[in-house]
Design a protein around this ligand. Structure first.
Ligand SMILES: [Zn+2]
Length: 121
């Protein structure tokens, strides 16, 4: 049987994907194979089985996205606390005016959370 280097590099690539690596649109400067991005951000050539350093503008962009994602998460958590707070008040109140205020505040909070979820997506 002939050795199949191409096939084994495909297998290694598939293994990388299983480990959570992502296929990028970059190619290896040495062998032109598509590069994988490992979970720690390392670019990896499955054919050469080595780390590849590709300097490309805009690579910092994903980090910025995750930073603002954290801000949204915090905001969402704060709003969720307020919702729980209002929910408790709605349960206790017997004043119809107060109930109306509470429910409208609640629906505003819920739509804010909807917006945050869309921005995060
Ligand atoms: Zn390579």
């Amino acid at each position: 049987m002939k050795p199949r280097p191409e096939n084994s590099s495909i297998k290694r690539g598939a293994n990388l994907l299983l480990q959570g690596a992502a296929l990028t649109d970059l190619s290896c400067p040495a062998c032109s194979s598509p590069l994988f991005r490992l979970k720690d951000g390392t670019l990896w050539c499955a054919k050469d089985e080595k780390k590849v350093v590709v300097v490309k503008e805009g690579q910092e962009a994903p980090k910025q996205t995750s930073a603002s994602g954290t801000t949204y998460d915090k905001l969402e958590a704060t709003l969720m606390t307020k919702i729980a707070d209002i929910e408790g008040k709605i349960e206790k109140t017997e004043d119809m005016d107060e109930l109306q205020k509470l429910t409208s505040a609640l629906s505003e909070l819920l739509s804010s959370i909807e917006k945050i979820k869309k921005m995060k997506a």
